[in-house]
Design a protein around this ligand. Structure first.
Ligand code: 5GP
Length: 203
């Protein structure tokens, strides 16, 4: 009987741990910095490595930042139903959340943290429901976002233009998210992220 109770509680604790945290934002709003901050201060979190058909940027590494795939490899994974969701975020640039990542992280007893585009974020919230906390990171303004993308110096002028245009539309989706963080001051945003994540974990 005691064993049964222990097994029941063990199962409950696993179920409780099956949570996900979704970060979405227009590109350049500081979302990735905030995701990395969350990962560094909350040990229960583990990053879901997405698959993408875009080329690696700067220091990015395969199987660390992304699984960098050819369009054909990506299509094969679609046909094998290996994605939780995927989007053509920019023309001919596909990004997708792998089912195997969610399973790997939950098996480790950790909470999944996603860094996805706005449509992907809304989709993941629909899929995971109450298990999910969705956070929308807002730049202070579109002009500020453009300046950040220029300063980041990782994208060409054409790519920056595309990202800025898309950002305007993406900002209109913020109402679909559980929490909104306006990233005006990075340190303040980091403190807020920590607080929101810890509240969700301890719920
Ligand atoms: P970047 O090229 O700057 O790394 O990412 C471009 C956009 O794609 C970002 O908003 C990023 O969060 C999003 N993204 C990354 N992985 C995924 C994914 O698995 N699914 C979706 N829908 N978007 C993703």
């Amino acid at each position: 009987m005691n064993d049964l109770i222990i097994a029941y509680h063990y199962q409950q604790s696993i179920i409780l741990m099956e949570k996900v945290i979704i970060f979405s934002a227009p590109s350049g709003s500081g979302k990735t910095t905030l995701v990395k901050h969350g990962l560094s201060v909350v040990p229960q979190l583990s990053f879901s490595i997405s698959a993408t058909t875009r080329q690696p940027r700067g220091e990015e590494k395969h199987a660390v930042d992304y699984y960098f795939l050819t369009p054909e490899e990506f299509r094969t994974k679609i046909s094998k139903d290996e994605f939780v969701e995927f989007e053509e975020v920019y023309t001919d640039k596909y990004y997708g959340t792998l089912k195997s990542e969610v399973e790997r992280i939950w098996k480790e007893g950790k909470i999944v943290i996603f860094d996805v585009d706005v449509k992907g974020g809304i989709r993941l919230k629909e899929i995971f429901g109450d298990k999910a906390l969705s956070i929308f990171v807002m730049p202070p303004s579109i002009a500020e976002l453009e300046q950040r993308l220029i300063k980041r110096n990782t994208d060409c002028a054409e790519t920056i233009k595309t990202r800025v245009e898309k950002a305007g539309e993406e900002m209109t989706y913020q109402k679909h998210f559980d929490k909104i963080i306006v990233n005006t001051d990075l340190n303040e945003a980091k403190v807020e992220v920590e607080k929101i994540i810890n509240n969700f974990i301890n719920e």
